[in-house]
Design a protein around this ligand. Structure first.
Ligand code: NAP
Ligand code: GDD
Length: 349
């Protein structure tokens, strides 16, 4: 029997790594994609196959977690064994600008999916295992190191919504006996990270500055500390949670924390650039309430499921910088050929 997985948020950073991971494990992978006026499946390009081809094992379906009936149609059509709920308005600062929308997608979107799963299981008798993408942001102002036992103290509309989604998931597990696991993932980055998150904003900008395509990089709080891991390592943890004998909630983290300043230092070194001469502060990137210090204690998943991160902080910085230097080189070639290169990173996120 071929296992079928359905991923909401498949076009995002994690969705693309998870789809690759599951395809490599032999799964048939289905993804929910938002209708947009331009293609939003760029991160899936390397695994995309025309669904008309016999060998295709990746299928995309239009859908949106704000549209419950659409979600029910997709679930009925796909009949998945596993659902990974990764869809989110995932930018913390943007959630202060769009709190209601963020709540609708992140909190109520999760509830819509859970309720559709409950009904599907009751109506068909077929089981679905459910992964909920929780976040270390839920710990917010709680002191590090944060583990499954640490109280949630969310500091943004995004984080409050993730806490609600977490408890919806726990409630559906307990009330209906469903196999639902919450991952509480600390920050994880990659060469596919959205360009408005701080790590990628930095590597993209420093690479462009190095090649003369950009002059300055504007950032907010450089003192915030994060536990940064590599996204490909973290999607394996998601799968392990659904492959386990029992459902549960797990912190996924490296256990090492660095400040934004330290990330800049490491990225600047790799580029051969003095970051202090090009970075300026812009208060628009500050958050009304900040999360100062995240550092995870992931002993539970290490002991219970045998997960551990493979890529170190230094390796992560190097792979992101090297990737973005290559991108900048391509942009430079285009610029020299007379094409306009638009630098967006410094005015967003
Ligand atoms: P991401 O790159 O921002 O991807 C988010 C995905 O959600 C995209 O595919 C996006 O589609 C989709 N989406 C947004 N609104 C939607 C809606 N209304 N209906 C359906 N899909 C929608 O985020 P990520 O970094 O891959 O993170 C994946 C999940 O893990 C998110 O839930 C995030 O909150 C959570 N998380 C991330 C981290 C991290 O460090 N990366 C840590 C903890 C938790 P478009 O491509 O069309 O925008
Ligand atoms: N985005 C951004 N842009 N962040 C900046 C900037 C800037 O110009 N300057 C400083 N920062 C600081 C932020 O204030 C924050 O303290 C830190 O860098 C990390 O910001 P982000 O990279 O935007 O990530 P995040 O930690 O807020 O949220 C990410 O990780 C969460 C897990 O802890 C997102 O991926 C969330 O979806 C995820 O849940």
């Amino acid at each position: 029997m071929i296992k079928k997985a359905l991923i909401s948020g498949i076009t995002g950073q994690d969705g693309s790594f998870l789809a690759e991971f599951l395809l490599a494990k032999g799964y048939q992978v289905h993804g929910i994609v938002r209708r947009a006026s331009t293609f939003n499946t760029e991160r899936l390009d390397s695994i995309y196959a025309d669904p008309h081809e016999q060998s295709a094992r990746l299928y995309l379906h239009y859908g949106d977690v704000t549209d419950g009936s659409g979600l029910r149609h997709v679930i009925a059509k796909v009949q998945p064994h596993e659902i990974y709920n990764l869809a989110a308005q995932s930018h913390v600062r943007v959630s202060f600008d769009q709190p209601e929308y963020t709540g609708d997608v992140v909190a109520i979107g999760t509830l819509r999916l859970l309720d559709a799963v409950r009904d599907y299981i009751q109506n068909t008798g077929q089981q679905i295992r459910f992964y909920q993408a929780g976040s270390s942001e839920m710990f917010g102002a709680s002191k590090p190191p944060q583990s499954e036992a640490t109280p949630f103290y969310p500091r943004s509309p995004y984080a409050v919504s993730k806490v609600a989604a977490h408890w919806y998931a726990v409630n559906y597990r307990e009330a209906y006996g469903l196999f639902i696991s919450n991952g509480i993932l600390f920050n994880h980055e990659s060469e596919r990270r959205g360009e408005t998150f701080v790590t990628r904003k930095i590597t993209r900008a420093l690479a462009r500055i190095k090649l003369g395509l950009q002059q300055k990089l504007f950032l907010g709080n450089l003192d915030a500390r994060r536990d940064w891991g590599y996204a490909a390592d973290y999607v394996e943890a998601m799968w392990m949670m659904l492959d386990a004998a029992d459902p549960g909630d797990y912190v996924v983290a490296t256990g090492e924390s660095h400040s934004v300043r330290e990330f800049l230092e490491a990225a600047g070194d790799r580029c051969g650039l003095d970051w202090k001469s090009v970075v300026e502060t812009d208060p628009r990137y500050l958050r009304p309430t900040e999360v100062d210090y995240l550092m995870g204690d992931s002993s539970k998943i290490r002991k219970t499921l045998g997960w551990k991160p493979k890529v170190s902080f230094e390796e992560l910085v190097h792979l992101m910088v090297d990737h973005d230097l290559e991108l900048a080189l391509q942009e430079l070639t285009l610029a020299k050929a007379g094409h306009k290169v638009v630098v967006r990173g410094s005015s967003h996120g």
